[in-house]
Design a protein around this ligand. Sequence first.
Ligand code: ASP
Length: 429
Amino acid sequence: MLMFRLKLHWQILIALGLALLAGIITGPDSGLFGIRFYDVYNFIGTLFLNALKMIIVPLIISSIVVGIAGVGGVEGLGRLGGKTFLYYMATSLLAILTGLFLVNLIAPGIIDGQPAQLVLGLDSQQAAIAVEKVGARGVGDIADVFLSMLPPNIVAAAAAGQMLGLIVFSLLFGFFMTRIPDKYSESQLTFWQGIYHTMMNITEFIMKFAPLGVFGLVAKVIAGIQPEQLGGMASSLGLFFLTVLLALATHALITLPLILKLLGRVNPVRQYVAMAPALLTAFSTASSSATLPLTMDCVEKNAGVSNRTSSFVLPLGATVNMDGTALYECVAAIFIAQAYGIELSIVTQFVIVLVALLTSIGVAGIPAASLVAITIILGTIGLPLEALGMILAVDRILDMFRTSVNVFSDSCGAVIIARQEGEQGILGN
Ligand code: ASP
């Protein structure tokens, strides 16, 4: 019973520790009465993920509609939209540049002056899996990303989880809803507010199960780790892993807190504590979309940001603002080039930065979404797609870290923009 008296983030942390132990002890194959533990973990984790995903569509639509309606006209929207856009672009760019700097400095793709490809001995089977998983992509796919902003069928977009299309539709809906006669717009607003609050209540209910869900998700990942993957970690892949972690840590522990302090004038430590349940859920689910309900709850209830700001900034951020993803794409592409012994000119590196920025806007907040974006970069700079096989072994674990950074940056954006908009009472300020 003591477990239930602890704060949610402690409960989740304990669940994480237990999951680590359980995953190591049981491995992928052991079971009881013919039922594999791995399947049990998978079942629990998927239940939790499904519960979160279930509320995403109504939550995104209602929160954006209510948010836009609350911003008050073209001028307010322009101001809030401008600040949000600026924050998202600037932080993503800073993240990419951090990655660019560190991957050039550490050069994980080069071992003893030799391209690591020779050492890593790219496994052709893994390469085939990688290609099958993501399919061939190229520069043209960047255009597709932006085409999906205007979905021809909004129901199909919602069913396919195309959040960008859903967001654009909701933005338009919220904006034009305020321009119809009062008697209609008022009842519309009440209707959407009702949906929004109901969704947030369901979120709080689902959050109670977060420790259990996190246990299932993480135990499954740990139990499923193959011994060969650990072997790979010892080589240059381990250095790549560390480079990504170092870059992510620099962004989340230095850059973002500095921005938070300078622009938001709030204590970053308080922000970590306020966001802990969402960050741990992002870590476990590796999906910023699925974490969105918790992100909104923590930003409003724990950090004290108004519903007006959070309901505009956060749904947008969960899809558009992915600092960790952008950083990872850049580090991975340059690592692959190094491992293949390809010198990248300044211009090519600039192209990588640009494509990483654009694709991080377009990719969905779902697990392994970066892999798709990386194939776009590889296609753009002319590297073989099979190279993706090299990073597959460590991608899942890195996904957990980069998703937490994605969510943390969104939450910092909400706090900073709220402060800039003159909101009081945020994180004790
Ligand atoms: N899993 C990440 C997210 O949901 C996206 C990615 O980088 O793969 O934010």
